[in-house]
Design a protein around this ligand. Structure first.
Ligand code: ADP
Ligand code: ASP
Ligand code: MG
Length: 405
């Protein structure tokens, strides 16, 4: 649709009635400047965490389907309140849930993936000159069940809607001024980046920089949606523009990311024969469990240890699958470790530059930080380290690469 802007406001940005009223005024001003506007919102403040906590007071491993029914309520509160605030300012407005905007997903509850967007309803509402407020983070599967897209998933709702309706751009409003060289809450002298490529920011987001949901970046790149991250608290800063790679000649470290929300699973003494890794990883894939940092050590005759990391929210499920696998193939035991974190340096082409990796490892050595696992790709080097040392290491590595300058 022509002249269409999509904006997304995160939890802190709609965290109080006062903030909702301020955002309402900002949205109305944009509408009055002659644009169509769709606004995606998250649940207010810590609502989603509170809901998760309520569920765990009842059930140690709550059924995923019911979890989604519960978590989706958070966003329903904020869309209705924001719509009321806009109505009071005299503009036509309607709030819609994920199912109402036709955001179809698969049935993997708690981390569903978008399969389709049936945009008829939204287009009709926009044609009636309404501001459309949409609940982020939620969709509906083929059984008409409510699903959610994984923590932080409202960003992905926003980009999917921007892509589906061919919006001019998608603006992500949050509680920091943009994408920084590292999480500004941990690294005080982190610097805001004016521009960053989709690939680099995708790598940062996937490696724990919570500022964007990784799927949102993938979708924005795939559909060529210009993405901007900026602060909802003031208008002065233009934020960070995410663009296609400008292929810089110089390889450099663009940012540092830390992921504390992971666990390591190790399966000890797995029989050493063809097909074993395939069996384990297909069992995990069948449950849509994404793994990372896979290591296999051959240390004794005829047996291997296999270890890998997974996100906290699938740790329990991954452990169950690993135990089932261990029993089936006659592995000795399954262990898990919550005391690790993944620290990564990110930048286009860095893995091909030996000076960069050596600088990274030297910095960790000087701090006395032991590296458990290393993994690399074209745009990142990640290490698994003890969680209690990780924040300090992040600050030092940030400095070592001159990102504070
Ligand atoms: P929202 O509720 O608006 O979606 P989030 O908490 O999901 O906000 O994301 C914003 C937060 O991301 C910031 O408050 C910041 O602490 C964190 N963050 C982590 N890494 C980065 C980074 N590299 N740049 C900016 N923010 C980051
Ligand atoms: N409210 C959800 C969460 O806290 C989704 C989001 O904020 O993007 O994870
Ligand atoms: Mg977020």
């Amino acid at each position: 649709m022509k002249n269409l802007l999509v904006q997304k406001y995160g939890g802190t940005s709609v965290g109080s009635i006062d903030k909702i009223k301020k955002i309402a005024q900002r949205i109305v001003n944009i509408k009055r400047s002659g644009k169509h506007i769709i606004v995606i919102v998250s649940a207010m403040g810590d609502t989603t965490d509170t809901l998760v906590d309520l569920a765990h007071q009842i059930h140690s491993n709550p059924p995923s389907r019911e979890m989604d029914v519960l978590l989706a309520t958070g966003e329903q509160i904020s869309i209705s309140l924001l719509a009321m605030a806009i109505e009071l300012l005299g503009e036509k407005v309607i709030s819609l849930t994920g199912p109402q905007v036709g955001l179809k997903t698969n049935s993997t509850h708690k981390r569903a993936r978008i399969t389709d967007l049936d945009d008829k309803r939204v287009i009709n509402e926009l044609k009636e000159n309404k501001i459309v407020i949409v609940a982020g983070f939620q969709g509906i599967d083929a059984n008409d069940d409510i699903t959610t897209l994984g923590r932080g998933g409202s960003d992905t709702s926003a980009v999917a809607i921007a892509a589906g309706l061919n919006a001019d751009k998608c603006e992500i409003y949050t509680d920091v001024d943009g994408v920084y060289t590292a999480d500004p809450r941990i690294v005080k002298d982190a610097k805001k980046l004016d521009r960053i490529s989709y690939d680099e920011v995708l790598e940062m987001a996937s490696l724990g920089a919570g500022v964007l949901h990784p799927r949102s970046v993938e979708l924005a790149e795939k559909f060529g949606i210009p993405l901007v991250v900026r602060s909802s608290f003031h208008n002065e800063d233009t934020g960070t523009i995410i663009t296609t790679d400008e292929r810089m000649e110089r390889t450099e470290v663009k940012g540092i990311a830390l992921d504390n929300n992971i666990g390591k699973i190790s399966i000890m003494e797995v029989p050493d024969k063809p097909g074993i890794a395939y069996r384990l990883f297909s069992m995990l894939a069948n449950r849509n469990i994404h793994l990372d940092m896979i290591v296999q050590n051959t240390n004794r005759a005829a047996v291997n240890d296999i270890s890998f990391t997974v996100d906290d929210d699938v740790l329990q499920e991954a452990l169950e699958v690993s135990q089932e696998f261990a029993f089936e193939v006659g592995a000795q035991k399954v262990e898990f470790d919550k005391g690790v974190a993944k620290l990564s340096i990110i930048g286009t082409g860095i893995v091909a530059n030996p000076e960069i990796s050596s600088q990274f490892f030297e910095t960790l050595y000087n701090l006395g930080v032991n590296i458990h696992t290393i993994s690399t790709s074209e745009t990142k080097i990640s290490v698994l380290v003890d969680k209690n040392l990780a924040k300090n290491a992040m600050i030092s590595v940030h400095k070592a690469f001159g990102l504070d300058q």
